[in-house]
Design a binder for this molecule. Sequence first.
Ligand code: GAR
Length: 218
Amino acid sequence: MASPPPSAPPARLVVLVSGSGTNLQALLDAIGDDPEGYGAQVVAVGADRPGTVGLERAERAGLPTFVCRVREHATREEWDAALTAATAAHRPDLVVSAGFMKIVGKRFLAEFGGRVVNTHPALLPSFPGAHGVRDALAYGVKVTGCTVHFVDDGVDTGPIIAQSAVEVTEEDTPEGEAALHERIKEVERKLLVEAVGRLARDGYRIEGRKVHLGHVGE
Ligand code: GAR
């Protein structure tokens, strides 16, 4: 699958969130008042539920927001179509799923396939799904981390863009999931900012499972 660079820089980002939105905040902070320098700007923030801290961050930044709740649609397909339309209205070059705890559907991927970036709190392909940190702890791994990857039609199975490792120590008990997750998120925010910036500035090409950064047109 080949993907073009954004039409005209800075790239337009729609960020999807479900929770506290610290990854969204990291992107907003990195972009600051120099979207040209970073290569991208956040043009809207979407969520699957109202009233989250992530949405508050977007509103504080003066960004348009939208909410698509699964329960307000008769079927999952209808929800997916509504999410697709709400996202498409902001004409994104890239969609960033930053703690968005929903699996997008066929329609969404047909519209944005190869342009949807997700961040996950484990070293994929280990520990996909909604409990990456908990599952890694329960397995007893000594190293875990985070993965920024493109979204395909599986659960956290798409081509990998970047990864960072985080050590699991003796102090990381199963009860300490939140503390480990915080340590992962410190690394994850930097990784996401770096990866999205490079995709936007340098362009990219997806070949099978390989993501090549800065190789467009070669
Ligand atoms: C992040 O650690 C992200 O990887 C994770 O939710 C957190 C969101 O934090 N996502 C998943 O677990 C998806 N399977 P944030 O709301 O503070 O950005």
